[in-house]
Design a protein around this ligand. Structure first.
Ligand SMILES: Cc1cc2nc3c(=O)[nH]c(=O)nc-3n(C[C@H](O)[C@H](O)[C@H](O)COP(=O)(O)OP(=O)(O)OC[C@H]3O[C@@H](n4cnc5c(N)ncnc54)[C@H](O)[C@@H]3O)c2cc1C
Length: 457
């Protein structure tokens, strides 16, 4: 009833951009994982911060839940409106607000995707380095504290967001942070909002740090007899401070999947995919260092290239790993895990996961952002087979438990959403109830993405 009243009032603000069309509701009720279809009651296609503030005030008046939506690539059902209500879709707030060339930063609206942003930056000599594989929105990436293949060199969203504009649950519009490189002024509200998954505020503008486009880029791959040798190579590279831009582990089963999907003929053993950024001399030096480290740990041929086509071919194969993995079992879906451990624990953690997956009878190729101690198994399941899903969840659960036992986390980059809620108490202890206190202070009616991140009732 209240939601109907909220919808009527919001229609007066947004007109046709407040949609209750079945196709719009259905689109915003699905997700990249296996969580049940959960459509909202209405979708708002907003175009300005003021509109967001106006509709949030209406939702607050009627206790109407609000779930922000970037492009819906999150993997734990984050953007599913599990309590119904309104989804705010940011696809029409996708502009670059201003590029500050000399300061190496940019302000953007939340709906711009990372590929759109980099296309806009191409002529400036700058680029935004965070790459979660999917062409996610900058708002969604900020809200999930995303990272990906380049985090080993450039950090995660927490390191690259300088400032935010945020609409709070009562409709107030605040600014957090500044464009200065550092600040000691007060609580760090920017970092509080980064990773808050739409539960503390709605992000309407983001100021990001940028990097200069490297003069030279080189790519390399190398095969290894086993995962341990590959991980030891990475550990040595990290300990020596090689400024490698990407270093990705791909296990034997994933190599098989990639060979099939991308029509390649790599030997079916674990591989490292690497990328180097810098000057011509710098990338050559980094590559030489990595070549000698890979040799030390039993690596095979070190294939290295600065040619654009060759680099693109290699990294396209890596970037297509998810559809490639799904190609191992056509018709199945992927249940993706995401643990992160201290790097000294990584080889054992991956070995234990591989053994557990083999024992379960499932197919579950693994790849990892190993420079950060973060890896994913894509457990292939028939979405209609409840027993198989339970088996996969068992494997994922044991991975999470093992990560916590060695001082790691249940999610390195995908975030909490629905799937990781059950581990929050275990990972954070009393810290989790402090998170609930923060939620109560900023969203006392619990209207922002309710049912996620914390327990407030
Ligand atoms: C094939 C594949 C590979 C992936 N690989 C990686 C990877 O390597 N690393 C990684 O980090 N992630 C990875 N992801 C996950 C995904 O891309 C990220 O979670 C992404 O950051 C989500 O962005 P989005 O625009 O899709 O957000 P959505 O899925 O739309 O939303 C995600 C969350 O953010 C909230 N949100 C969205 N916009 C706002 C806003 N403006 N204000 C407040 N809250 C908001 C939503 O409510 C939701 O809780 C992968 C996904 C896929 C499908």
């Amino acid at each position: 009833m209240n939601i109907d009243k909220a919808i009527t009032e919001m229609q007066a603000v947004l007109g046709e951009r407040l949609s209750t069309k079945k196709s719009d509701l259905d689109f915003h009720g699905q997700n990249e994982a296996y969580y049940p279809f959960t459509p909202p009651d209405a979708v708002a296609f907003v175009q300005s911060t003021k509109e967001v503030s106006d509709i949030v005030k209406i939702c607050a008046k009627y206790d109407c839940p609000i779930t922000p939506w970037g492009v819906g690539t999150s993997l734990e059902g984050h953007a599913l409106p599990i309590k119904g209500g309104l989804t705010i879709d940011f696809s029409q707030m996708n502009k670059v607000v201003k590029v500050y060339n000399e300061d190496l930063n940019v302000s953007v609206q939340p709906g711009i995707t990372r590929e759109e942003l980099n296309a806009e930056l191409r002529t400036t000599g700058l680029f935004f380095p965070i790459d979660p594989g999917a062409n996610a929105s900058i708002g969604g990436m900020t809200a999930t504290r995303a990272s990906g293949t380049t985090a080993v060199r450039y950090g995660t969203m927490k390191d690259n967001v300088l400032a935010l504009e945020v609409v709070l649950a009562d409709g107030r519009i605040i600014r957090t942070g500044t464009r200065a490189k550092k600040s000691s002024a007060g609580y760090d509200l920017t970092r509080l909002m980064v990773g808050s998954e739409g539960t503390l505020g709605i992000i309407t503008e983001i100021t990001l740090a940028l990097q200069g486009q490297p003069e030279a880029t080189a790519a390399a791959i190398c095969d290894f007899p086993d995962v341990e040798s590959a991980v030891n190579t990475v550990m040595m590279a990290v300990q020596m401070g090689v400024p490698i831009a990407r270093i990705e582990l791909v296990d034997s089963m994933m190599i098989r999947a990639i060979n099939n999907y991308s029509k390649l003929d790599m030997v079916e053993t674990p591989h490292l995919f690497m990328e180097f950024h810098g000057s011509d001399v710098g990338v050559a030096e980094q590559s030489e260092t990595m070549k000698s480290i890979t040799g030390e740990f039993g690596g095979g041929e070190f294939q290295w290239s600065t040619k654009v086509e060759e680099r693109n071919r290699l990294w396209a194969a890596r970037h297509n790993a998810y559809p490639a993995a799904r190609g191992l079992k056509p018709g199945f879906t992927g249940l993706t895990t995401d643990i992160c451990v201290p790097i000294s624990q990584l080889a054992k953690a991956i070995g234990d996961s591989e053994q557990d997956i083999a024992d379960s009878g499932l197919l579950g190729p693994i790849l990892g952002h190993v420079g950060d101690g973060n890896y994913h198994a894509t457990l292939l399941v028939d979405a209609d087979d409840l027993e198989m899903i339970a088996t996969a969840k068992g494997v994922a659960h044991r991975m999470a438990e093992r990560a916590l036992a060695v001082g790691g986390t249940v999610t390195g980059e995908h975030g909490v959403g629905i799937g990781k809620m059950k581990y929050m108490q275990q990972e954070h202890g009393d810290g989790w109830s402090v998170m609930a206190d923060i939620k109560r202070a900023l969203d006392p009616q619990n209207i922002l993405n309710p049912g996620k991140m914390v327990q407030v009732n």
